[in-house]
Design a protein around this ligand. Structure first.
Ligand code: ZN
Length: 287
């Protein structure tokens, strides 16, 4: 149902969307095979990103890079190399603010200038936005979906590489949280991250995982029927409505990894918002 053409123009819409959102927001995908997407945020960095590209190329891995506009505009050649190698490029804002904390006009600028920088480098617009810190709210999300045609992409496996800067820790965190359909979060601007990647990806390959871009992963997504839909298909005595808390538990990036791999793309109930990474979760006002 969600298997729309990959990466061409717009993300797959959510046919069953009754929340007013144009697209689902993804923390992972429900897929039939051992497919995962590895994503790298905050770059490109002319020192570290080229090394990463070589590591990925040697293994035939396609990744997704959520770039910030300031760095993308300064390194268009690097973006071209990414695109030519088959990697996907997504929007990660212009200079990494918490988007719900800036004005709508500023959020628009953050997004439009970054998409323009990406377009100038590779000749096409991104179709996914990864909000910095995972910070987003429903109003802004809807605005961004409608105005820019961008769908939100979060993550299910957080390497915390920006925080720990330690290859063993990165390895342990990724290996512990990766499930089929998962989206791994890393940052290609850190030398320790690039140093950790060969061991991480080789271990994942040895476990049978196959790397695809975010668009490819989402194209394989099979929406999980909502509980209400399952209930309507299977007549049974009146059921209690699931508590909102319980319904949203599987949708949070921070906890999705410890839940079933079959959690994600949230159906219309994507009114539930992913939590920002722990490092910024003090700001509950974000949501
Ligand atoms: Zn970031």
């Amino acid at each position: 149902m969600a298997a729309a053409p990959m990466g061409e123009g717009t993300p797959p819409a959510n046919a069953a969307n009754s929340s007013g959102h144009r697209f689902p927001a993804y923390t992972s995908a429900n897929v039939d095979g051992p497919y995962i997407a590895i994503t790298f945020d905050d770059g490109p960095n002319p020192e570290t990103t080229p090394k990463l590209l070589k590591i990925l190329e040697a293994r035939g891995i396609k990744a997704t890079f959520f770039v910030v506009g300031t760095r993308a505009s300064e390194n268009p050649e690097l973006l071209r190399r990414m695109a030519e190698a088959g990697h996907e490029i997504g929007n990660h804002s212009w200079n990494h603010p918490q988007l719900p904390k800036v004005s709508v006009q500023e959020a628009d600028r953050q997004i439009s200038q970054t998409s323009a920088a990406i377009h100038a480098a590779i000749g096409k617009d991104p179709i996914y936005l990864r909000p910095p810190y995972g910070a987003m709210n429903n109003t802004l999300r809807k605005h961004i979906e409608d105005k820019f045609g961008l769908a939100m992409v979060y993550w299910s496996a957080d390497s915390l590489d920006w925080k720990n800067r330690d290859t063993q820790s990165i390895y342990d965190k990724v290996m512990a949280q990766t499930r089929p359909g998962g989206i791994i979060l890393m940052h290609d601007i850190h030398a320790t991250t690039v140093a950790a990647v060969p061991r991480v990806v080789d271990a994942l390959i040895a476990k049978g995982y196959k790397f695809v871009t975010v668009s490819e992963l989402i194209a394989m997504n099979r929406p999980v029927p909502r509980k209400e839909e399952v209930a309507s298909l299977t007549p049974q005595p009146a059921r209690k409505k699931p508590k909102p808390q319980a319904a949203s538990a599987s949708a949070k990036p921070a906890s999705a990894a410890s839940a079933s791999s079959a959690v994600a793309p949230r159906p219309a109930s994507a009114t539930t918002k992913p939590r920002p990474p722990a490092a910024v979760s003090t700001g509950t006002s974000l949501f």
